[in-house]
Design a protein around this ligand. Structure first.
Ligand SMILES: Cc1cc2nc3c(=O)[nH]c(=O)nc-3n(C[C@H](O)[C@H](O)[C@H](O)COP(=O)(O)OP(=O)(O)OC[C@H]3O[C@@H](n4cnc5c(N)ncnc54)[C@H](O)[C@@H]3O)c2cc1C
Length: 378
């Protein structure tokens, strides 16, 4: 029996690789006509890198990106208010956090799969449950049936829309700009992720290769959204490095979006269909864990399918949901709150918040990451 995966994002690709390693046949159906590199970076935290280590991809990903050994929150002048030393987790789990260009990661993932396993130009528009299969309809008028279906089709998942009743997408009312620029950070910033919090806005930046820096900036909005042309003005009170990073990025290369997540849903599977990644638990990006959680899904689901066999996918899906849902939802909820706190606007509240955060002992910060970086044992 074959598994059909809808979507060739990080979740779908990693799942196909993990299943291939287990000798389980899977095919990806992707709407795009080509897998184009997204002009942004991504941070693969320790939990994601443990999975890639397991899949034999750790070295290639490390070589394609840049190692990150601390994650810091600072004020707009880059004075630290909180920090997580990642070297403790590097020793504990034997892998490092890596910041990498998304295009580079996609290339590494796609290369692991036989070309026939990723079918492009298949935009799913409708799914129907038949007696013992699913009928998939595509925008070019074609259709096919699937015995076992995985929805890895992101926040606006069609698989979720047609086969699952609950779905509430929430806007965080935050604009987000992302860019990659030719830039080399001063030495002391080269192996760190720094996220600077201002008043109702913030900006994060990290070296992703010897000559490239990835940055993301967010700003709260009400009705009227901001334009990319407003960026320099919006971040004019930040540290000169921040302003230089923005200035050095061609406007046409800046990706603009608004931030949303999926309010936690109770069911990720029924019969022979199951949701993974953003389709199941899209989160705001405030903990840098969305893709990492999708990567964990890929690992746990492939282990469960190998354990229970394809004759009993429902059992594997149920175990996958039991093992993955509490942590994924914890990330969604914590990230949602963090995004609000990061964008406070009152000067007094900001001052108090920063003072309190500076007082939190490193052991508490470490404890919070401990749970996130621990993989489930199947
Ligand atoms: C600003 C920002 C920064 C982020 N930074 C980080 C970070 O540093 N670390 C981290 O871990 N996460 C980060 N994330 C989150 C991360 O990008 C997502 O969680 C992750 O990409 C989800 O992967 P996915 O494969 O589940 O979904 P997606 O990446 O959305 O992929 C879905 C795929 O399905 C395809 N598809 C969709 N609909 C259809 C259809 N109808 N038919 C066929 N194919 C379809 C799409 O074309 C796409 O290829 C960030 C997110 C944002 C917005």
């Amino acid at each position: 029996m074959n598994i059909d995966i809808i979507g060739a994002g990080i979740g779908g690709l990693t799942t196909a690789i993990a299943l291939q390693k287990k000798g389980i046949r899977a095919k990806i159906l992707e709407q795009a006509n080509e897998i184009k590199p997204v002009g942004a970076g991504i941070i693969l935290a320790n939990n994601a890198m443990q999975v890639y280590d397991h899949l034999g991809l750790r070295k290639e990903i490390e070589d394609g990106g840049n190692l990150v050994s601390s994650m810091n929150i600072t004020d707009a002048s880059l004075s630290r208010i909180s920090s997580i030393d990642l070297t403790y987790f590097e020793k504990k789990h034997g892998v490092k956090n890596v910041a990498i260009h998304r295009g580079e990661l996609q290339k590494i993932l796609v290369q692991q799969l036989d070309k026939s396993k990723v079918e492009l130009g298949n935009e799913l528009i409708k799914v129907e449950k038949l007696d013992s299969a699913y009928q998939l309809k595509f925008s070019d008028g074609s259709s096919t049936t699937s015995a076992v279906l995985l929805g890895a089709d992101g926040l606006n998942s069609k698989v979720r829309e047609y086969l699952f009743s609950e779905t509430k997408i929430r806007s965080a009312y935050q604009m987000c700009w992302r860019g990659v620029t030719n830039f080399t950070l001063p030495k002391n910033y080269r192996n760190e992720l720094n996220e600077a919090w201002g008043k109702g806005d913030r900006i994060g930046f990290v070296q992703i290769s010897s000559e490239k820096v990835y940055w993301y900036a967010l700003k709260t909005f009400r009705q009227d959204q901001y334009s990319v042309d407003d960026l320099a003005m919006l971040f004019q009170n930040y540290h000169p490095i921040v302003k230089e990073i923005i200035r050095s990025t061609p406007v046409g290369a800046i990706h603009t979006a608004t931030i949303s997540d999926l309010e936690p849903i109770k069911h990720w599977h029924q019969d022979n269909v199951c949701l993974i990644g953003d389709a199941a638990h899209a989160t705001t990006p405030n903990m840098g864990q969305g893709a990492c959680q999708a990567i964990e899904d890929a690992f746990v689901l492939s282990e469960c399918l190998a354990k229970y066999g394809l004759d009993h996918p429902a059992q594997a899906f149920s175990e996958y949901q039991r093992l993955r849902m509490p942590k994924a939802h914890q990330v969604v909820n914590t990230s949602w709150t963090l995004g609000k706190v990061a964008h406070w606007k009152s000067s007094l509240a900001i001052q108090l918040r920063n003072q309190l955060m500076r007082m939190v002992p490193p052991s508490i910060n470490r404890k919070q990451s401990e749970k996130i970086f621990q993989l489930a044992s199947v």
